[in-house]
Design a protein around this ligand. Structure first.
Ligand code: PLP
Length: 389
């Protein structure tokens, strides 16, 4: 009987996308998966349509259309003065941050290498590491402020450590890593010759503190693989266009893997990407303020319904503790019940942990939604009652 590989056996299907399917079935308000239910900027749609009409419909250069790579390098240096990026040797355009992260890990890690991952973590990193043959070593972010214990982090670095994943702002907690935390991570990477895979897709969604790319810390540019995407910043999660910035040497490996996995990202959408990355600074200011308004609309309704909220400093998720409202039910049972009655989809906390027990009293809400969607969710949650134990 044909069977799937041992690698594929070791992880399950995405819980987040599973919750979205459940939400559709029960017509629930979907605060599970992190995609906007509002339109992207109109100039992006115009640019994409114009590119199709201009017959930009064949393969772009496998590592990305020259104009788009130039726009990525220019935008990066404009946002973070001092971070200089060569578009010809340091940028690879990929099919979203998802492809960027796994192509980078496949290109850089060898079987048996270890990679440090902070938990809770965005669910892709586990399978990314496993498919690359690497062994994830999890380091806990401690609630309520999701802080790092320096001794635990140091202890996670062993003679086999080749990589570390840093997501800031962080999904699912909304943590924005501080300069002191990044200094510690940089010190360890430099001391132990470790590559940092940074997931920067929420770089422009920050409410407290500031986003500091690890690559801008002294000595780090050559050992940071910065993964980014149009998905969140420009509200186009379905376009599947992202990019990876790394040293020329690491980029050489990433481009090879990327070429054989996907050949390239959608050519006309890369043209629209040129327009997106040339939007003025005011676009990013509005993006952050609009998300802060959504966050501030959602939080009181969660608290009123009985959730303990961990206020996010960035990204567009809220982790919550359900101990006071779940009547002893675990995260999965409670989240499945919420989808049906009162009809709000969320993600069970355990899906963000390697040790599911750490997330059993948590669920995550996503808020990249229109005011009316958030109001509908609030209205439904106001009907929530603690189930009989
Ligand atoms: N990285 C993080 C931290 C995410 O939260 C997500 C989506 O939710 C992704 C990557 C996926 O990004 P993309 O759509 O660019 O593949």
């Amino acid at each position: 009987m044909p069977r799937i590989s041992a690698k594929a056996e070791t992880f399950g299907e995405s819980v987040i996308r599973d919750m979205t399917r459940l939400a559709l079935r029960h017509e629930a308000v979907n605060l599970a998966q992190g995609f906007p239910d509002f339109p992207c900027p109109p100039e992006l749609k115009e640019a994409a349509k114009a590119a199709l009409d201009a017959d930009i419909n064949q393969y772009a250069i496998t590592w990305g259309a020259k104009r788009f790579r130039d726009a990525i390098a220019a935008k990066t240096s404009r946002t973070y003065p001092g971070w200089s990026v060569d578009p010809d040797t340091q940028v690879t355009v990929v099919c979203g941050a998802t492809e960027g992260m796994i192509s980078a890990m496949l290109a850089i890690l060898d079987p048996g290498d270890e990679i440090v991952v902070f938990e809770p973590f965005y669910e892709n990193y586990g399978p990314d590491a496993i498919l690359s043959g690497a062994v994830p070593r999890y380091v806990t972010l401690h609630e309520p402020d999701w802080s790092i214990d320096e001794d635990e982090l140091r202890a996670a670095f062993t003679s086999r450590t080749r990589g570390i994943v840093i997501t800031s702002p962080h999904n699912p907690t909304g943590k924005v890593f501080t300069r002191a935390e990044l200094d510690l991570i940089a010190e360890l990477c430099l001391e132990r010759d470790v590559v940092a895979f940074t997931d920067e897709i929420y770089e422009h969604i920050v409410y407290e503190g500031e986003h500091i790319p690890l690559a801008t810390l002294p000595g780090m540019a050559e050992r940071v693989v910065a993964v980014n995407s149009m998905s969140k910043t420009y509200s186009v999660t379905g376009w599947r266009v992202g990019w990876v910035i790394a040293s020329p040497e690491l980029t050489g490996g990433i481009r090879k893997v990327h070429d054989f996995v996907t050949v390239g990202a959608a050519a006309p959408l890369q043209e629209a990407g040129v327009v997106a990355l040339s939007l003025p600074d005011s676009y990013y200011d509005h993006l952050a303020t609009d998300y802060q308004t959504r966050r501030d609309a959602l939080l009181p309704s969660l608290e009123a319904a009985g959730f303990r909220v961990f206020v996010p400093d960035g990204a567009y998720y809220v982790m919550t503790d359900i101990s006071g409202i779940a009547g002893g039910q675990d995260d999965v049972t409670f989240a499945k019940r919420l989808v049906v009655d009162p009809g709000v989809a969320t993600v069970p906390g355990s899906s963000f942990y390697s040790r599911p027990e750490l997330g059993r009293s948590k669920i995550r809400f996503a808020f990249p939604k229109r005011p009316e969607t958030l109001a509908a969710a609030a209205e439904r949650l106001s009907r929530l009652r603690v189930p009989a134990a």
